[in-house]
Design a protein around this ligand. Structure first.
Ligand SMILES: Nc1ncnc2c1ncn2[C@@H]1O[C@H](COP(=O)(O)OP(=O)(O)OP(=O)(O)O)[C@@H](O)[C@H]1O
Ligand SMILES: [Mg+2]
Length: 273
């Protein structure tokens, strides 16, 4: 069973969140009346059709995009901008190409903790983090000498370096081939099941959402809102077993398929505004 328990205490609380973008003389209502609690220690996935506002919501939680209406709190304090409490892993690895793997991971640490821990502490933390994501021995490599999956693992290690309370992941495996993606999903499962870090994960992949999550919030087509939240009660640790053959997994997959179909059709037939 998992090491750390999910508590029902929300770390992030979104109430009636709305977001409208205005560009080229048009206003697009992307999110409307979105309500969601992200609980301490849980892995929560946002699943929904393309364009429903999943990434927009993630960026709002990350403090990179302001909301237009409603309320968004982290530990009861309004989110007004980025914070090291909320680490983001994007779809494309965000690395400094001129820095080595070790220096990319150390970058955030140096900004935040150099004064307190000093160089020796940073080197030890970098070693630990690279071990965690399976990249020991690649410390001196530069990003362009790594595969896509390895780069994404460096991004994850760099994000974990500042020890964020909440991990925000925007389709981090979207650009990877199926094989690498499977390996990365299992690595993330292992990481989550041993650290119990609160995670908000964006995906449009039903299987990925079921495999990883404690709960899945399903969004409607634009304007996006959370239309249903489903508990995934598959036993943990999941990374030790192949889940896709489990009848409960297949039942959930069918359920989500049907739940999403209507909104996916809506997206395919609706006008651009
Ligand atoms: N900066 C922006 N300015 C104007 N419109 C934007 C901006 N960012 C996003 N949008 C619009 O918001 C809508 C939702 O985009 P978003 O990227 O959040 O969707 P998504 O659910 O992540 O889709 P996908 O699954 O394809 O990644 C889209 O219609 C998009 O055109
Ligand atoms: Mg997106």
């Amino acid at each position: 069973m998992r090491t750390l328990e999910v508590s029902s205490r929300p770390v992030i609380r979104a109430r009636e969140v709305g977001k409208a973008f205005s560009s080229r003389g048009q206003t697009v209502q992307v999110l409307e009346n979105l309500n969601l609690d992200i609980r301490q220690g849980e892995f929560l996935s946002l699943l929904g059709p393309s364009g429903c506002g999943k990434s927009t919501f993630l960026y709002i939680v990350g403090g990179l995009v302001p909301l237009s209406s409603g309320e968004l709190l982290m530990e009861n304090v309004p989110i007004r901008g980025p914070s090291r409490d909320r680490g983001i892993v994007f779809q494309e690895p965000a690395l400094f190409p001129w820095l080595s793997v070790a220096d990319n991971v150390a970058f955030g640490l140096k900004l935040h903790v150099a004064g307190r821990r000093g160089l020796a502490g940073i080197t030890a933390s970098v070693r630990e983090l690279l071990q965690l994501v399976g990249l020991e021995g690649f410390e001196r490599f530069r990003p362009d000498e790594l595969s896509g999956g390895m780069k994404q693992r460096v991004s994850i290690a760099a994000c974990l370096a500042t020890d964020p309370k909440v991990l925000l992941m925007g389709e981090p495996f979207g650009a990877l081939d199926a094989q690498t993606r499977g390996v990365m999903q299992r690595e993330l499962l292992r990481l989550h099941e041993t650290s119990g870090r609160t995670t908000l994960f964006v995906t449009h992949d039903i299987r990925e959402a079921i495999l990883l999550s404690d709960r899945v919030a399903v969004m409607s087509a634009r304007p996006g809102t959370v239309k249903e939240i489903i508990d995934i009660e598959l036993p943990r640790p999941r990374w030790r077993h192949r889940q896709e053959d489990n009848p409960d997994f297949l039942r959930l997959e069918r359920f989500f398929d049907e739940l999403l179909e209507h909104d996916i059709r809506k997206v395919m037939t609706c006008a651009p505004t």
